[in-house]
Design a protein. Structure first.
Length: 299
């Protein structure tokens, strides 16, 4: 989360934490969020004030997308203009062994979950942001090392990535247990256009699909929603796994409508400020290929 106190607000185009914290929200004495991210009561109060300032009908947590990597031991430093940044010198080597379970105690993720529960108990609607599996992996390991391992040692690559998918599943389920009504999943480093159509399914798409399949039963059981970013939806649709249903809401109502009591659509959705909200339907559990013809249909 950037702390651009003096910068004019530019509307966010998705369910993200890109909006700046103006001085009216932060107060004059707060220069960064490192302490607040570990203090549930203060974090909940700040998030609620942030929602009120921007006249939203929902609260956003966590306040940045580095907390999963930080929980795995990556060092984070604060940049006055760019917000919390990961220290590349603290990245792991692929041969360091398995990561193990994602820690959800005594760290900033635990504080975000506790803040989520506090806000939910106050009647707030919560959007809990999840980092996609390949983006999290790139925060933990070197990007080129990951690509090389995926292409030359697929079994080793899956062994590296499996704990990340399991950890993100556990985090998403914990957020639902804490009262989140929407889980928002994006995987910008695992984008199909960035990785290329030829390697996307092997490197990122299969992992993304696995994570969605793991989260969706819990989402549906709680009457919540799993929001996929447009880029993530397009990639999974290109694998032949998702199809987009009819428009559920017009563009001008996104994303506030996701959190309105009168809107009954649950489960898997995507949307944007320009395109509105659409229901998504899984159509099979096998990759159908990655054809350019299908990609043209989903742009």
């Amino acid at each position: 989360m950037a702390l651009y106190k003096g910068q004019p607000y530019l509307p966010a185009r998705s369910l993200d934490c890109a909006r700046p914290f103006p001085v009216e929200v932060l107060g004059p004495g707060i220069d960064d969020l490192r302490t607040i991210n570990h203090w549930p009561s203060c974090l909940a109060a700040l998030v609620q004030k942030y929602r009120q300032y921007y006249r939203q009908n929902y609260c956003l947590l966590p306040l940045n997308h580095s907390l999963e990597a930080e929980a795995y031991g990556i060092q984070v430093y604060h940049d006055r203009y760019l917000g919390d940044r990961l220290d590349p010198q603290s990245k792991r080597q692929l041969d360091h062994g398995p990561l193990g379970a994602l820690p959800l105690t005594d760290n900033a993720l635990a504080a975000s979950l506790a803040a989520c529960q506090r806000l939910s108990q106050r009647g707030e609607k919560i959007c809990f942001n999840l980092t996609g599996p390949f983006t999290l992996a790139e925060q933990l390991y070197d990007f080129n090392d990951l690509l090389g391992c995926a292409r030359r040692q697929p079994a080793s690559y899956q062994a590296v990535m499996a704990p990340l998918v399991q950890g993100l599943t556990r985090l998403g389920q914990a957020a639902l247990d804490a009262g989140a009504s929407v889980l928002a999943l994006s995987d910008p480093t695992g984008d199909r256009e960035l990785l290329g159509p030829r390697h996307y399914g092997q490197v990122a798409g299969g992992l993304q699909r696995d994570l969605v399949e793991r989260l969706l039963p819990s989402v549906e059981a709680r009457g919540a929603k799993l929001y996929l970013s447009p880029g993530l939806y397009r990639g999974l649709a290109a694998l032949g796994w998702l199809e987009r249903g009819p428009q559920l809401a017009p563009a001008q109502d996104f994303p506030q409508l996701l959190f309105r009591e009168t809107w009954s659509a649950k489960g898997l959705v995507t949307g944007s400020l320009q395109g509105g909200i659409y229901k998504l339907n899984p159509i099979n559990k096998q990759e159908k290929g990655d054809s350019n013809d299908r990609n043209d249909d989903i742009r």
